[in-house]
Design a protein. Structure first.
Length: 366
């Protein structure tokens, strides 16, 4: 949310260029979707109360982050290229609403689901459901924003439906657009942890689960970021913001992040931010340790089937989704599903599977 100490004056772009040159041009500035807006319109697109007590630069922390070697974590990681495969999901645009926490939280849910299951299956969850329903019930709106901890608590305890059940548009809403069938089409965080300031845990969580959500202070020069490793150089504190961290690079000394200001901001919607910068490690950072879905999965091509001498141990491998257990309280039903899936596999016909927490409860085949 915007800094309430007084109105910000427009950023002096010439001063920014001078500061960038003096600093050796660590990042590039230019016209973006945010610089095209008035100052007030920019700050509306933040959504976390700022923490002005956090230093804009923490050189000691930056050095510590670069030197921290998390157990089992590589020295660099980028969710967009893990062995040649991208487990990231598309850049979105929150528009004129302080709903960044919903976007950062949903991005973590989507990417953790894809990376931990090693699936490239498309998944698009509803920021509108999280913000305009769960957030609204907690008194949150476009003007006062939210924080990741309560958002993830709602995602764990209540769940978040898919985008087609409540499409996002910017502007306060009363949740009346939510599809009434949403309990049968949702994702839930299995567990999460607040790991603010624990940089080893941040690296470990990103490289193990795919991403974390993080808040930081936004200064005016950030709005004109185009590429490079961002360091605050000029302008006042505009507010707090929440994004998803999808990687890091110890050699470059930075986190890799995806924003929610559309692809016409930053590096096609992404940015790199230096270790120890703007409170990115210490503001509020949360890690999700698993995401389960309850939904129909259409058009799954059955690639493999597996079972053994135990009647209840039957598994199917969907080409996009991966391994799922056939789970039915009646063994005859599970055996019937196995026969249908075997026939679909033999004929190379897609099937629909109803997944509930990693298990197939129903199928349809044609």
């Amino acid at each position: 949310m915007p800094d309430t100490t007084g109105p910000l004056q427009p950023l002096d772009l010439a001063a920014l260029q001078d500061a960038l040159a003096e600093a050796g041009n660590p990042w590039n500035s230019g016209a973006t979707a945010m610089t095209a807006l008035e100052e007030r319109e920019r700050t509306i697109r933040l959504g976390v109360p700022p923490r002005p007590e956090l230093p804009a630069h923490d050189d000691a922390l930056a050095a510590a982050v670069a030197d921290t070697r998390a157990a089992g974590a590589p020295t660099s990681f980028d969710l967009r290229n893990v062995g040649g495969v991208s487990y990231d999901t598309p850049v979105k645009d929150q528009g004129a609403c302080g709903s960044c926490v919903a976007f950062g939280t949903v991005a973590v849910m989507e990417t953790v689901f894809r990376y931990t299951r090693r699936t490239t299956m498309p998944i698009d969850l509803s920021e509108a459901h999280l913000f305009y329903c769960h957030g609204r019930a907690a008194g949150r709106n476009c003007s006062n924003g939210w924080l990741p901890e309560p958002a993830l608590t709602c995602a764990r305890d209540k769940g978040v439906t898919f985008e087609d059940y409540y499409p996002y548009t910017a502007g306060d809403q009363d949740c009346s657009n939510l599809n009434a069938d949403w309990p049968n089409r949702l994702a839930k965080v299995s567990s999460f942890e607040t790991i603010s300031g624990n940089v080893a845990k941040m690296k470990e969580s990103i490289s193990t689960y795919g991403s974390v959500t993080a808040c930081f202070n936004v200064f005016q020069d950030f709005f004109s970021y185009r590429s490079g490793v961002y360091r605050h150089l000029s302008g006042g504190l505009a507010g707090g913001h929440c994004v998803v961290l999808i990687g890091y690079d110890d050699a470059a000394g930075c986190w890799i992040a995806r924003n929610s200001w559309g692809t016409n901001w930053g590096d096609a919607g992404y940015f790199r931010i230096a270790y120890g910068e703007c409170g990115i490690e210490t503001f509020q950072t949360c890690a999700a340790y698993g995401v389960n879905i309850r939904a129909w999965l259409p058009d799954q091509q059955v690639a493999s089937l597996w079972s053994n001498e135990y009647d209840a141990n039957i598994w199917a491998y969907g080409a996009q989704r991966g391994w799922l257990k056939l789970d039915s309280t009646a063994m005859v039903t599970a055996q019937g599903m196995l026969s249908e899936l075997a026939a679909a596999k033999a004929l190379a016909r897609p099937v629909g599977m109803f997944e509930d927490n990693g298990s197939v409860k129903q199928i349809y085949a044609w």
